[in-house]
Design a protein around this ligand. Structure first.
Ligand code: SF4
Length: 288
């Protein structure tokens, strides 16, 4: 007993200060790749190596449209390695959760040289959110918002609809002393009857479709659905096939999308905080 107390005192507080303070990430962590469309001289090598077709190109005789979908991206960094012009850089950004799937889509149009390289950037298309959603930066405000909106804690039911369990490992980490989700009054529950939020991982496999729908229908209104990871958003590396229906929004209405493969615990927390705001909207409360 004495040794345990001694070790506890020696270890001190290990819980991260995120989101009160910026997250500390390893220098090896790979987050969102960013694309310098002006500098990009050729998108073909990146599109060829992209394992999920998150980068796709549509070339005509003298022009090319390059589309980027962060909902498909698994943050492997291969596009950056394949782009000799340094126009693609892997960053450590992970706060990518959004309430609108269109926010994860970008495209650029180029005129082409005869050899197929980019001649001129003609246009960049991206969906600009009408009203950017403010995510709470301070844990205390999060607790207050949960208290104001729910009058109790936020209960989450998680369903693995067919994932590789990578997302589950990160979700489980939310409960450890480092991320300590319960400091916000957020907890995972076993029964959908007790849940306010349904968190879904994996592409929706045909075998899990009915179970997912039953879980959703068992939840009381208002309920929010969070699609976790590239697979939950778009089907990811599995896509749609004989066994998979693709992303969660093909089966259920999704309120928040959390990109990543898998999203790190802080990215999940960022998405959960965003989802609490959506729940407030459904209840007619802005949370401000
Ligand atoms: S980082 Fe994303 S966009 Fe780049 S190659 Fe990997 S999956 Fe494709």
């Amino acid at each position: 007993m004495f040794k345990i107390i001694q070790k506890t005192i020696k270890t001190g507080i290990v819980t991260t200060r995120y989101p009160d303070e910026p997250a500390q990430t390893s220098e090896h962590f790979r987050g969102r790749p960013v694309f310098d469309f002006l500098k990009w001289t050729d998108a073909r090598p990146a599109a060829e190596v992209c394992p999920t077709a998150a980068i796709s190109i549509n070339s005509e005789e003298n022009s090319r449209r390059v589309s980027i979908d962060y909902g498909l991206c698994v943050f492997c960094g291969l596009c950056a390695e394949a782009s000799a012009d340094q126009a693609v850089q892997v960053t450590r950004e992970f706060e990518l959760a959004t309430t609108d799937r269109r926010d994860l889509l970008f495209s650029a149009e180029y005129s082409l040289h005869a050899d197929g390289t980019h001649q001129e950037l003609l246009a960049v298309h991206r969906h600009i959110p009408e009203a950017p959603v403010e995510v709470e930066k301070v844990g205390q405000r999060t607790r207050e918002q949960i208290q104001r909106i729910l009058k109790r804690s936020l209960a989450i039911r998680e369903v693995d609809a067919g994932s590789c369990n990578g997302c589950e490992l990160e979700i489980v980490a939310l409960n450890n002393p480092v991320y300590d989700l319960q400091r916000f009054g957020i907890q995972f529950v076993a029964s959908p009857r007790h849940a306010d939020m349904l968190m879904v991982t994996g592409p929706v496999t045909r075998n899990m479709e009915l179970a997912l729908l039953k879980t959703y229908r068992a939840m009381a209104e208002p309920r929010i659905v969070v699609a976790v990871g590239a697979c939950g958003i778009s089907g990811g590396i599995f896509g749609k096939n004989y066994a998979s229906l693709g992303g969660v929004d093909g089966v259920l209405p999704v309120d928040v999308y959390i990109p990543g493969c898998p999203p790190r615990p802080q990215a999940l927390l960022h998405g959960i905080l965003l989802a609490i705001g959506r729940l407030g909207e459904k209840l007619g409360q802005t949370g401000q």
